[in-house]
Design a protein around this ligand. Structure first.
Ligand SMILES: Cc1cc2nc3c(=O)[nH]c(=O)nc-3n(C[C@H](O)[C@H](O)[C@H](O)COP(=O)(O)OP(=O)(O)OC[C@H]3O[C@@H](n4cnc5c(N)ncnc54)[C@H](O)[C@@H]3O)c2cc1C
Length: 491
């Protein structure tokens, strides 16, 4: 049997493994952490379940081109999901602006808030409607991508309403994001393409792991790949950091791109594309985040929708950055997140990446912990001032920093999504490397960012590998047939 080693048990690696198992390859995943999921992470703290990832999971509507891939991996029909009618709200001086999933409702809401911006609002909504109606795999996506390449910061200058400006940069957007990203987000909410799976990140990862292992795949945890072994420009296997070697006919790296290229492959294969991505300053991931989770012994009113953006009374200073607004996720839409009558709140604060967090954790753990506590206390004060009756009800506090993300995924500069690849003219890095045979990459480091695109990336790599062997990719459907044999569909 042809042997494939996959590095990394994030969503992309697990998907690649499943599709390769469906095609009679013997696969083994090597994962440095003691659990699967990578950035699709969740953890337990004092009786609360923290979802450290999913805010909205896109491509999940029946007619989306990626839906079949999700269904093949996750059995979508039997995966309960919450669909947002209202995605988030922002406030200013007592005025609240809601980001509705429906574009008609959203347009009226925007016009109500700022009639003087009607023309620009109509332009944005009309474009979001057009984007909502196109096949995202067609070349028309590029047309809109170029047309709306302008940054949110630049486009916002046309707007009079500061509240609308605020809404345009709610998570995960920043003034540097393109307007295309925002319009695409509004369009996918309108198409009900985005949702939250009940049980969150844990549920998705459990399903992916179960799917992969039932198909016969093996995951080796606590297995940090140090080197990809090559001979005559073909891969031969891997070496773990404990010195153990494993041989394979093919290798798929679904792990951090920087360490794959510069460490595991020792910088031996550097074509023009790789040079641009990993040896120039152009694509260095700049953004990381602080992720604060609070367990609160109370329930929140229905009127507080999943994401509430608040303006801080006292800005939070992280390194030299001044944070004035934060988005709070109220996880009351997922009963699995907290015991009855209690609620998990999470606050994701995008910050510029610096090595200071990693250095501090290494050199002065007590000071690192103190800094985390200081941030959490600041947030508790602010949330208390906004919602009232919080301070005395906080039962659990958890703070993840860039150091946490590096520790758990080894991602370059703790990159939590290498979105920037994708904005390079819409051209993604290739999944193969010039000059190295039988090697593929998938996941966020080849520009397939996000959960659904990550899973699709794994399938795409399986297809490429099959093609190299003159085979068509076979799909084994999720459900077993009545005779207890898997059904196979030729794609
Ligand atoms: C806070 C947060 C919120 C997010 N929200 C959303 C959202 O709402 N919707 C959405 O679609 N996406 C979201 N994302 C993005 C999404 O989680 C990622 O795009 C996706 O999970 C990336 O998957 P991946 O498999 O490409 O990479 P990763 O998840 O990074 O997986 C790589 C794996 O490789 C392993 N690895 C690395 N180096 C080695 C080595 N040397 N040896 C062995 N193993 C190794 C790592 O431990 C990891 O498990 C969010 C991410 C974060 C952090």
């Amino acid at each position: 049997m042809t042997k494939v080693i996959i590095i990394g048990a994030g969503v992309a690696g697990l998907a690649a493994g499943s599709f390769l198992q469906m095609n009679d390859y013997e696969t083994e995943i090597f994962e440095m952490h003691d659990k699967a999921g990578g950035l699709c992470a969740s953890w337990e703290r004092e009786g609360y379940h923290i979802d450290g990832c999913i805010h909205w999971w896109d491509c999940t509507s029946l007619n989306h081109p990626i839906y079949p891939t999700l269904d093949e991996l996750l059995d979508m029909k039997n995966l309960p999901r919450v669909i947002y009618e209202e995605f988030c709200s922002v406030e200013e001086d007592g005025k609240i602006l809601r980001f509705f999933g429906n574009l008609d409702l959203f347009e009226s809401e925007l016009k109500n808030i700022s009639p003087e911006d009607s023309k620009i609002i109509e332009e944005m909504i009309a474009e979001a409607r057009k984007i909502a109606s196109i096949d995202m795999h067609s070349d028309r996506k590029k047309e809109f991508f170029y047309k709306w390449k302008v940054s949110i910061g630049e486009y916002s200058k046309k707007l009079k309403s500061s509240l609308i400006k605020k809404l345009l940069i709610t998570f995960p957007f920043s003034p540097d994001s393109s307007m295309f990203d925002f319009l695409l987000h509004a369009a996918s909410l309108h198409n009900k393409e985005a949702c939250y799976p009940l049980g969150g990140a844990q549920k998705l990862v459990d399903r992916l792991v179960q799917r992969y292992t039932l198909l016969g795949g093996t995951i080796n945890y606590n297995s940090n790949v140090a080197e990809i072994l090559t001979k005559n420009d073909s891969v031969k296997g891997i070496q773990l950091d404990n010195g153990k070697n494993y041989t394979a006919d093919y290798i798929v790296s679904a792990a951090d791109g920087y360490s794959t290229i510069r460490n595991m492959l020792k910088g031996q294969y550097v074509d023009e594309n790789i040079r641009k991505l990993y040896y120039s300053n152009r694509h260095i991931p700049q953004k990381s985040q602080i992720y604060i989770s609070l367990g609160i012994n109370k329930i929140f009113k229905e009127s507080f929708k999943p994401y509430v953006y608040i303006t801080l009374q006292n800005p939070l200073i992280v390194e030299e950055e001044k944070i004035n607004t934060v988005g709070i996720t109220i996880h009351n839409f997922d009963p699995t997140s907290a015991p009855l009558g209690k609620t998990v709140l999470t606050i994701l604060i995008p910050i510029n990446y610096t090595e200071s967090w990693i250095n501090l954790r290494k050199k002065n753990k007590a000071e690192y912990e103190r800094k985390k506590e200081e941030i959490a206390l600041h947030m508790i004060e602010e949330i208390d001032a906004y919602f009232g009756d919080i301070k005395t009800k906080v039962e659990m506090v958890d703070v993840a920093t860039p150091a946490t993300y590096i520790r758990y995924t080894n991602n370059w500069n703790s990159g939590v999504d290498s979105m920037s690849w994708g904005t390079d003219g819409g051209n993604k890095p290739r999944k193969e490397i010039t000059g190295l045979n039988n090697f593929f990459m998938c996941g966020q480091w080849v520009g397939d960012v996000g959960l659904s695109y990550g899973m699709q990336s794994g399938k795409d790599v399986a297809k490429l590998l099959c093609e190299q062997e003159d085979k068509n990719l076979q799909i084994i459907t999720y459900k077993k047939k009545r005779n207890n044999e898997f059904s196979t569909i030729r794609t």
